[in-house]
Design a protein around this ligand. Sequence first.
Ligand SMILES: [Zn+2]
Ligand SMILES: [Zn+2]
Length: 69
Amino acid sequence: MTPKEIGPFRCPRCGATTWGNLKHCLECGQALDEECEYCGVTWRYFYDYAYCPECGKRVKSKRTGTTIQ
Ligand SMILES: [Zn+2]
Ligand SMILES: [Zn+2]
């Protein structure tokens, strides 16, 4: 992963501008990584994966509120 791939982006909670190597939002502390609850792998939230890239479980539920069990 190069810095060019992880440029500025908005915090999912407060909308503050953050950038790719931050682990948490500087304004509100929102974690900027997603963590798979099944296998524990993490990735940057802005990739917006619906399924874990590691284990393939459905993971997109926290921000959208549309949990699929
Ligand atoms: Zn924030
Ligand atoms: Zn996983």
